[in-house]
Design a protein around this ligand. Sequence first.
Ligand SMILES: [Zn+2]
Length: 61
Amino acid sequence: MGFFSNWQMSRMAKYEERNMCPDCKGKGIHYFAGTEFYFGEPLQCCGCNGTGLYSEWVNNS
Ligand SMILES: [Zn+2]
């Protein structure tokens, strides 16, 4: 048994195929809608440095 399940692996492969950051789904930012602290304020994704690219995410992890 690996750390990732087959389901997660196939999901990751899709992100890799489309060069999309898995953390922010290619958006480059995170939304915290509905919280008291972030109300509609987007926050730059630290997984891909706001680029939204899988290649950037891989270099970061
Ligand atoms: Zn990201």
